[in-house]
Design a protein around this ligand. Structure first.
Ligand code: SAM
Length: 234
């Protein structure tokens, strides 16, 4: 069993559990006093902790040994225009599993969604890290407008601009270099001509095709993450 906690972790550290965590560990998973649980907080690696107190409304774990060091993912952002709730949840979950460092929901000219529940999406990122054995949890940023994001874009961060208009004729990512990247995926309606023009004008943009078919944004996000990890991941 792996559990995400907010507190700092270290050998000898006591970790008090809240009601929900106690319900999960002792009620759902039926873990007794003395059992060992793997804990991570996204910052300190992973620790094996022993259950020292178990109750209905709480409990206490004690960290005994560090089982894994923190493994930072590559410096990769996934920027995407939120679509329907379930599909947006899927994108966040897959980005966390596939090793994005930061997840940035963006509003483009044709984005339908005006707001997101950042806390809900962050909780999905935590669950995905819990499930896939990651020691790092990507941060989900607030929804930001693409034009504002591009106004302040750091010139040392490459953009993998995924555009179905390239119809199989995009740049070959294998020739690209650099260790700071952002994947950019558009909304259901795609990018506007003005957005395309602006993105193509940046020297750090790499316009990439994901094949000759038009993929749904959630499929495109997974395909783009796979392509990036294959060519530039560790
Ligand atoms: N504008 C399109 C249309 O309505 O015909 C659809 C956009 S697609 C559903 C959503 C996003 O997925 C695009 O903005 C792009 O970022 C990405 N995408 C989908 N298929 C792609 C492909 N073959 N190559 C590169 N990116 C793709």
């Amino acid at each position: 069993i792996r559990l995400y906690v907010e507190q700092g972790l270290g050998v000898g550290q006591s970790i008090p559990l809240d009601r929900d965590q106690a319900h999960y560990l002792f009620g759902v998973m039926r873990q007794p006093v003395g059992a060992y649980i793997a804990l991570f907080n996204g910052r300190d690696g992973e620790y094996l902790a022993r259950i020292v107190e178990a109750g209905k409304r709480g409990g206490v774990l004690e960290c005994e040994t560090q089982s894994r060091l923190l493994q930072m993912p590559p410096d990769l952002w996934l920027c995407f225009a939120p679509i329907k709730k379930a599909r947006t949840d899927f994108i966040v979950e897959k980005a966390a599993e596939m090793g994005a460092m930061r997840i940035c929901p963006i509003q483009t000219e044709f984005t339908n969604s005006e707001r997101i529940r950042r806390d809900r999406l962050q909780a999905h990122a935590v669950e995905a890290a819990e499930q896939c054995g990651g020691t790092y949890v990507p941060e989900v940023a607030d929804l930001q407008r693409l034009d504002r994001l591009l106004d302040a874009w750091p010139t040392d961060r490459n953009i993998m601009f995924c555009d179905e208009n390239l119809a199989g004729a995009g740049e070959v990512l294998g020739k690209a270099t650099g260790d700071k990247w952002a994947i950019l995926i558009g909304p259901e309606g795609g990018f506007s001509e003005a957005e395309r023009k602006r993105l193509h004008a940046f020297p750090f943009t790499h316009a990439v095709s994901l094949g000759p078919r038009i993929l749904r944004a959630d499929t495109a996000a997974v395909a783009a993450l796979t392509l990036w990890q294959t060519h530039l991941g560790d």
